[in-house]
Design a protein around this ligand. Structure first.
Ligand SMILES: Nc1nc2c(ncn2[C@@H]2O[C@H](COP(=O)(O)OP(=O)(O)OP(=O)(O)O)[C@@H](O)[C@H]2O)c(=O)[nH]1
Ligand SMILES: [Mg+2]
Ligand SMILES: [Zn+2]
Ligand SMILES: [Zn+2]
Length: 241
């Protein structure tokens, strides 16, 4: 995990990040956009899930993607096939997206499109089970993915991600017959940390649970935005275009 206080600079990094996250959320709220932060360890299936989500929902929702990777735009290229705006952010040496990086993506969306046309922005975070959960980017919901190949104990060993999640997708369930894994044990471990989290078992390969996931997405998009009265004030105070 990163140190969140830089003693030399005297900056509380998480506090500064939070201000940027409030700024981003104010943009989303002004435009009527719901934003998800999609997080998991490398390879749990974030991009595969986004591919299926875009294929299923672009006819009913206007979606844009902000794609975070340390290097390359391989995932961004996979998602551009679905004819949605995909803004690629390379984080370089950073193993998570922070709110300032995502602000760059949001401002790009604002300049290139009419942002009020969009319903949903999906942020794919860098593959990492630890710090993305601590660095809010302005999302309305945190979606965590855990594949069944990672082990039943992961929610207990990396609790912050599972504590913070609004929705947990247990992925690659098609592999269960080949593994010594008890999926209900994973669920019990998650519930121990976060009793109220929505848990959905999915497989993009075997088409399992995807309709349940799409319905969860729909309910979140339809939820009234938390539209704070201070939206305009936040945008004025911290504008980092
Ligand atoms: N068997 C199986 N494999 C899957 C499933 N979903 C994804 N995969 C495979 O898992 C690998 C990683 O999937 P990605 O979607 O690239 O994972 P990711 O979380 O986006 O990876 P990073 O962006 O690198 O962190 C690929 O080889 C996928 O084909 C699934 O439901 N079942
Ligand atoms: Mg990916
Ligand atoms: Zn990090
Ligand atoms: Zn702004």
């Amino acid at each position: 995990m990163h140190q969140t206080f830089d003693a030399v600079l005297g900056i509380n990094l998480l506090h500064a990040n939070q201000q940027g996250a409030d700024h981003n959320r104010a943009h989303f709220d002004k435009w009527g956009i719901t934003c998800f932060n999609m997080m998991s360890s490398p390879g749990a299936g974030k991009t595969a899930l986004l591919e299926r989500t875009l294929a299923a929902l672009t006819n009913e929702l206007k979606i844009a993607v902000i794609e975070g990777d340390m290097t390359t735009d391989l995932d961004a290229e996979r998602l551009r096939k679905y004819n949605v705006p995909v803004i690629a952010i390379n984080t370089g040496r950073s193993c998570h997206l922070d709110s300032k990086m995502v602000a760059g993506g949001i401002h790009q969306l604002e300049h290139e499109y009419n942002p009020s046309d969009f319903d949903l922005v999906l942020v794919e975070n860098v593959g990492n089970l630890v710090c993305p959960a601590e660095f809010e980017v302005g999302e309305h919901a945190k979606v965590a993915l855990l594949s069944i190949t990672e082990g039943e104990d992961k929610p207990l060993k990396y609790p912050i991600m599972f504590q913070e999640a609004d929705c947990l997708l247990i992925t690659k369930t098609d592999l269960a017959p080949y593994l010594d894994v008890d999926i209900s044990r994973i669920e019990a471990n998650v519930r121990q940390i976060n009793p109220d989290v929505e848990i959905i078992r999915v497989s993009t390969k075997a088409d399992e649970g995807l309709e349940v996931w799409f319905n969860w997405v729909r309910t979140q998009v339809l939820k009234p935005q938390q539209n704070s009265l201070s939206t305009a004030a936040i945008l004025n105070v911290v504008h980092i275009h």
